[in-house]
Design a protein around this ligand. Structure first.
Ligand code: LLP
Length: 418
């Protein structure tokens, strides 16, 4: 459930009419509901109440400071993949002891920054990385806490671009080699093994792949215990899907029911890294119709938001519902909703049945809270759009619209061209 609902025929975010915000700040913009964000976080948190756990929000899905702060105030942490994300998390007030650092390509500089910040742990993806972390931690007089990311070779049955836990993927350490890598890890002086990690993919709509992967992981945990390598944290990653169109993904409660029994007697702390499930349906992208156009074989609705603002349709063929901000009960049309960018791949929807709309009317692109703004670019020299957070009957600009001056910040024309 989310808090973008029609009252009569007008779309509201909580108690604020979306049109009011659009009239005030102009379009396009991302709009988030604080209530939905909280509800999603609490749904996860309470589903796992009977198991000691930590939710580290996968901030790659949405790294706005206000959203990070909102989860941090609920007791959440952050799953980061870069020094930039660490900087953001700390700036938002996330407790470093609730931060885990993922990713196949951490640089020495990033490792140093994370150690200085005393983060909870690194999720390590290769033996070279283990050695690198050891080498960086030594001169700092630190011992780095690590979990190894194990690739369980389980098919998550999702889009190939966002599936990660199979043999052919670049992620993690193959489950067959994991024991060997753990042995290496414990032999390194500046490494402390504390956990095990998996993340098999994103937008998962079934719990079975989690269960299969976790079973394999827990087998390894047993073996490690026998070898005197105790595991304190079991991290099952993120990946729970959301409803974009008519998917029926599991609720966190279903996930808890599926994996809870496996974890009950383990005496480990469970870590989860949801991204999309917390923020996806808590955000929309609001855009204005610029023109409508009858092509030879198609109708086009040309809007002021484009693939640089929301790239998911172009990149993954992803489906996002598009709804009128004011429903007028006009006849349905079938159209492509496209942006102003000079590429045929610049579309938000293809062959979409929608209510006929006219220039200057507002449309809401739904389920845009995850991997929306964070994947935006300045392509075609388009300033990135603002982000607005609603709480009750108030709204707050939590990120300003970029200016033209922002577009050229940091650029220099060298002397020889002057
Ligand atoms: N943990 C790790 C290690 C990850 O790589 C990811 C996502 C997550 C957690 C969070 O997954 P989530 O709960 O959000 O499914 N840009 C794509 C999604 C890429 C996901 C990358 N990794 C999209 O727009 O669908």
């Amino acid at each position: 459930m989310h808090d973008f609902q029609y009252r009569k025929d007008e779309l509201f975010c909580e108690d604020v009419p979306v049109k009011k915000i659009a009239d005030e700040i102009g379009t396009p913009f991302y709009l988030y509901s604080a209530k939905t964000l909280l509800n999603h976080y609490r749904a996860y948190d309470s589903a796992f109440a009977s198991i000691p756990h930590l939710i580290t929000f996968a901030m790659k899905a949405n790294s706005n400071l206000a959203i990070l702060r909102l989860f941090a105030k609920e007791g959440g942490g952050a799953d980061i993949v870069s020094a930039g994300e660490l900087y953001r998390a700390l700036a938002a007030g996330v407790d470093p002891q609730k931060i885990n650092f993922a990713g196949v390509g951490k640089t020495a500089e990033e490792i140093r920054y994370a150690l200085q910040s005393d983060i909870l742990m690194f999720n390590v993806e290769s033996s070279q990385e283990l050695r690198k972390i050891d080498a960086v931690a030594g001169p700092m007089g630190k011992k780095a806490r690590v979990a190894l990311r194990v690739n369980p070779n389980v098919d998550p049955k999702t889009h190939p671009y966002i599936s990660t836990g199979m043999k052919k993927h670049k992620f993690g350490i193959s489950i067959d080699k994991a024991l060997e890598e753990y042995k290496l890890a414990v032999s390194l002086k500046h490494i402390e093994v504390v956990g095990i990690h998996q993340h098999i993919g994103s937008q998962l709509t079934e719990t079975a792949p989690y269960v299969d992967a976790l079973r394999l992981l827990l087998g390894l945990v047993e073996e490690l215990k026998r070898l005197g390598i105790p595991i304190r944290y079991v991290n099952v990653g993120g990946g729970l899907g959301i409803t974009y169109e008519n998917e029926t993904p599991p609720h966190p409660k279903d996930l808890a029911q599926a994996i809870g029994p496996l974890l009950k007697d383990l005496k480990c702390i469970l870590i989860m890294e949801p991204g999309r499930a917390l923020v996806g349906n808590a955000g929309i992208l609001v855009t204005q119709v610029l023109y409508t156009k009858e092509g030879d074989s198609k109708k086009f609705v040309i809007v002021d938001a484009a693939m640089n603002d929301l790239i998911r349709p172009s990149l993954y063929g992803a489906f996002h519902q598009i709804q009128p901000v004011i429903r007028r009960g006009r006849k349905p049309i079938t159209a492509d909703v496209v942006g102003p960018i000079c590429e045929s791949s610049d579309f938000l929807a293809k062959d979409r049945e929608m209510e006929e709309c006219l220039p200057e009317e507002y449309l809401a692109v739904m389920s845009a809270g995850a991997y929306g703004f964070v994947m935006a670019s300045n392509y075609n020299a388009r300033p990135r759009v603002p982000e607005i957070l609603v709480k009750g009957d108030r709204h707050f600009v939590v990120r300003e619209r970029e200016t033209h001056a922002d577009l050229v910040r940091g650029e220099h024309i060298p002397d020889f061209l002057k």
